[in-house]
Write a protein that binds this ligand. Structure first.
Ligand SMILES: [Mg+2]
Length: 242
């Protein structure tokens, strides 16, 4: 059975057995944030986040690369379940807007996603490609882009995050990638480790998992949603370049 939960100001469909964990996680995100930024008490939770200002948003330009996880960042993820068809793929609120903003600033946007549901026989590789085709069409129709999607269907191996294989493949295909001018955005510690394994800045999106407490060796910042990162980047970027 699945229920809708309101977490960080957004509605998420989750298995009922996970509900208490996520509600606790959400409360933890909020209280950690309010300890750091007490002035935000009572504000719209969608606008709050905590971050240690390690990401130089103001400097991001076309020489920078965005690495993006998929499930739990771009689309609603049910932990322990797999998206096997387009009908079950739902963008989080604000994601098309976020990708439009990112597309105007990053030189390359690369999706890196573990998809071992294919190896488990829950879907075919063609099912995965169909989902991605629909996803890209949808993003492009709303003014955004993803330049290339790398997916790892293996159960283990050098290409499965947190291992850096998909990062190296991207660097081979896009020699302009500089890992020191890259940002990895994901919703698991595996994503944060992947980011640090390639030498990128890392942002944890706290949609459906407990965020790490900062400072954390793998995580540079924690935000409630992809669009909150995009809006923050836009704001800092514009005031810097004015
Ligand atoms: Mg994910």
């Amino acid at each position: 059975m699945r229920v809708y939960l309101k977490l960080s100001g957004q509605w998420h469909l989750q298995n009922i057995e996970n509900a208490l964990v996520f509600l606790a996680a959400d409360a933890q995100i909020k209280s950690a944030h309010l300890r750091q930024f007490p002035e935000n008490r009572g504000r719209n939770p969608q606008k709050i986040y905590h971050c240690n200002n390690m990401i130089p948003f103001e400097k991001i330009n076309k020489s920078w690369t965005l690495f993006l996880d998929r499930d739990g960042v771009v689309n609603v993820e049910v932990v322990g379940d797999y998206i096997t068809r387009w009908e079950d793929f739902h963008f989080y609120e604000g994601v098309p807007e976020a990708l439009k903003i990112f597309s105007g600033r990053f030189g390359r946007i690369i999706m890196v996603t573990n998809q071992r549901g294919v190896s488990k026989g829950l879907m075919t590789e063609q099912d995965l490609k169909d989902i991605h085709l629909n996803m890209l069409g949808n993003i492009e129709a709303r003014g955004g882009r993803i330049d290339k999607i790398y997916y790892c269907i293996e159960m283990e191996g050098p290409n499965r995050k947190p291992n850096p294989g998909m990062g190296w493949m991207a660097k081979k295909d896009f020699p302009g990638i500089e890992f020191s001018k890259s940002v990895m955005i994901g919703n698991t510690m595996g994503d944060m480790e992947f980011g640090k394994n390639i030498g990128a800045y890392t942002i944890f999106i706290a949609t459906n998992r407990l965020p790490p407490e900062l400072p954390d060796r793998f995580t540079d910042a924690v935000y409630p949603s992809l669009v909150s990162v995009a809006r923050e980047m836009k704001r800092k970027n514009e005031s810097w370049n004015r």
